[in-house]
Design a protein. Structure first.
Length: 277
């Protein structure tokens, strides 16, 4: 039987986190769960310890955010021997087919590739996560494995063979880009990154205003841009230089600065609703 480590990080979403853990243990009993609580103030840690004492609870300092929280959870889990690691966001509602589908896909890849679960909206109307292809079109399930270019980290199954080859997430990233970076690193090393053949859960669409916040002062906009929950230009430069080269990184860096300097009216005129909605 496969030994599985499930990795989560959370911050002040006690209801979501507890629901997620309850669902996990209902769907699959044979697993170890590692949760990083990044210094929540809503009683998340106490509730986890009370309701799920079997969970490996790791305390953060409040400055980890998603990527560094997941890095810490993985660091702890990797001290033991597992066959698979499952990344999971606590706002994902897993469907009953989730584990069967993801492990079936892993088997097709001979347990040497990454499986990214396809996630839809709660009303089943739209595919929102899993990954995109080379043209940045979001991948929709078609009953077959499909190659993913840009991977989302909402629910991802990683065999131990891949972890041994690639290692952990890059802690340079705070919140965003760590999952996409891991997918690109995998592809560079010849590791397949594929989406599931079917939808495996539902979730919520994240804040899409990271690139540019509207209806605010210039100072407020740049504070948001450079915050961990924004789209820090230096981290984008680091990511793009690693995967696409210096010119691409420099061009995007300059674009971010110009985009956030322009007034809302001009941005809307030039880009329609892409960065102004």
């Amino acid at each position: 039987m496969n030994k599985i480590a499930v990795l989560l990080t959370c911050f002040n979403r006690k209801k979501d986190t507890l629901r997620c853990l309850n669902q996990l243990f209902c769907l699959k009993k044979e697993m170890d769960v590692y949760v990083v609580d990044d210094n929540s103030s809503d009683g998340t840690s106490a509730a986890i310890l009370k309701q799920f004492p079997e969970v490996h609870l790791i305390k953060g300092n409040g400055d980890l955010f998603w990527n560094r929280g997941m890095h810490l959870a993985w660091k702890h889990a990797s001290k033991r021997k597992y066959d698979f690691y499952l990344w999971l966001n606590d706002d994902v509602v897993l469907y009953k087919n989730c584990f069967d589908e993801m492990f079936a896909c892993a088997t097709i890849l001979n347990n040497k590739g990454i499986v990214s679960g396809i996630i839809e909206t709660a009303d089943n109307s739209k595919i929102i996560y899993g990954g995109t292809d080379k043209q940045r079109n979001i991948i929709k399930p078609n009953g077959h494995l499909q190659q993913v270019t840009n991977m989302n980290g909402n629910v991802v199954l990683i065999p131990s063979a891949v972890f041994e080859k690639l290692g952990n997430l890059d802690p340079t990233f705070h919140h965003d880009l760590g999952d996409v970076d891991y997918g690109y690193r995998a592809q560079k090393e010849g590791v397949s990154v594929c989406s599931t053949r079917a939808v495996v859960g539902s979730g919520q669409v994240n804040d899409l205003s990271r690139m540019r916040m509207k209806n605010c002062t210039l100072k407020e906009r740049f504070q948001k841009l450079y915050s961990p929950l924004g789209s820090p230009p230096k981290l984008n430069f680091y990511f793009r230089k690693r995967h696409f080269g210096f010119l691409n990184a420099f061009s995007f860096y300059a674009f971010q600065l110009v985009l956030n300097t322009l007034p809302d009216s001009l941005v809307k005129f030039i880009f329609r609703n892409k960065y102004s909605s």
